[in-house]
Design a protein around this ligand. Structure first.
Ligand code: FAD
Ligand code: NAP
Length: 339
């Protein structure tokens, strides 16, 4: 049955940014509603060991997210298993429609919708998705026991996926388009030491090849980026690990974006181009993209929202765009901060 729920603060997303915003907003007595989306717990639920979350030398990603959810609930966040299908930021209160049929209205919103896996964009990749092509080793690695696997990518995710897949595979070939990885050095060391791993440098993927009946991957065709020479590598599983794109579908025509589609925030804050709308985590950060930085931004978003709501109680709401960074002024973004 459809219903309308009003809240002072609606948090959209249940990764480290969303849950941390929930903890801080609850402790500020804002009684936030947090909508989890289709991936409760966010990206860390599809990984195994997380070794850089302060306080835990090693923790399983899914376990960490269960703890974060429990913490948010414990402090008073109402966590709802729903997915926001549309969000109208042109009205006050803001209005969000959930897949469940519930309409959420909110005086302020924290956007923490994170990022989603990128794909190569090949028709053959699309054809074999779910039939040997995957973007999640922890979800699908088990299906390839004793088989050969190819992973494409050169970042932390690709290296982590490749190492994880050695638990199941007879051999893992990591294909990268350059001659050096961008993954952390410690991860690279582990990769190069693993006898099941072979790295194919300077190659891009031309095509995923396979059978049609039953549908299944049989290999990939890789091309040397300098010589153009084509090599066929047999595999049963092909894992795409080439990064993630910000999940901005809800707001892409409503908020200012930058750096190829990340939500733009005012320097040093989580304020977007619409007052009362705050963005945190991978959705707005194209540089750091870590659990701990996302959690940090979730904290900032809740504190920014608290100030906004306190001001709203006593004053007029600033005009849309009032928080946008001046076009000619200095802009500090994750990008400039990292320089
Ligand atoms: P996410 O974790 O991406 O969560 C986004 C949330 O938004 C999800 O809950 C989703 O359901 C929700 N959502 C999206 N759209 C909607 C909608 N329309 N309605 C409602 N909800 C919605 N970082 C580290 O620091 N250490 C690591 O070891 C590490 N390992 C990683 C391993 C892998 C395989 C991957 C993919 C990433 C890893 N990262 C790691 C990066 C880390 O996971 C991210 O930086 C972090 O999860 C980002 O948090 P977030 O809260 O911004 O968003
Ligand atoms: P990433 O760091 O952006 O790396 C993406 C990799 O894929 C790059 O090596 C890139 O090549 C390659 N690539 C991109 N597009 C491609 C294409 N079309 N064809 C072939 N290759 C392509 O992404 P990520 O590895 O998913 O990591 C995302 C963020 O999460 C990072 O900040 C990372 O540190 C973090 N993370 C951390 C951990 C950890 O701390 N253990 C684990 C996983 C992820 P180039 O190198 O040539 O650009």
């Amino acid at each position: 049955m459809s219903e309308t729920r009003h809240t002072r603060l609606l948090i959209i997303g249940s990764g480290p940014a969303g849950y941390t915003a929930g903890v801080y907003a609850s402790r500020a007595m804002l009684e936030p509603i947090l909508v989890q989306g289709i991936q409760p717990g966010g990206q860390l639920t599809i990984t195994t060991d997380v070794e850089n979350w302060p306080g835990d030398a090693s923790v399983m990603g899914p376990d960490l997210m269960v703890r974060m959810e429990a913490h948010a609930k414990e402090t008073g966040t109402e966590v709802i298993g729903d997915h926001i299908q549309s969000l109208d930021l042109s009205v006050r209160p803001f209005r969000a429609e959930g897949d469940s049929g519930t309409t959420y209205t909110a005086d302020a919103v924290v956007l923490a919708t994170g990022a989603q896996a990128k794909w190569l964009g090949l028709p053959s990749e699309e054809h074999f998705k779910g039939f040997g092509v995957s973007a999640c080793a922890t979800c699908d690695g088990f299906f390839y026991r004793g088989a050969e696997i190819v992973v494409v990518g050169g970042g932390n995710t690709a290296v982590e996926e490749a190492l994880f897949l050695t638990k199941f595979a007879s051999k893992v070939t990591l294909i990268h388009r350059r001659d050096s990885l961008r993954a952390e050095k410690i991860m690279q060391q582990r990769l190069f030491k693993n006898p099941k791993v072979e790295v194919l440098w300077d190659h891009s993927i031309d095509e995923v090849i396979g059978s049609s009946d039953p549908r299944g991957v049989e290999g990939v065709r890789a091309r040397h980026v300098k010589t153009g020479e084509v090599t066929e590598i047999p595999c049963k599983g092909f894992f795409v690990a080439i990064g993630h794109a910000p999940a901005t579908e809800l707001v892409k025509d409503q908020l200012e974006m930058h750096n190829g589609g990340y939500v733009k925030v005012q320097p040093g804050t989580t304020k977007t181009s619409i007052p009362g709308v705050f963005a945190a985590g991978d959705l707005t950060d194209h540089v750091y993209r870590q659990a701990v930085t996302s959690a940090g931004m979730g904290c900032m978003a809740a504190l920014d929202a608290e100030k906004f709501l306190a001001a709203m109680d006593g004053e007029d709401i600033p005009e849309a765009g009032a928080y946008a960074a001046p076009a000619s002024g200095p802009v500090s973004s994750p990008e400039s901060a990292a320089e």
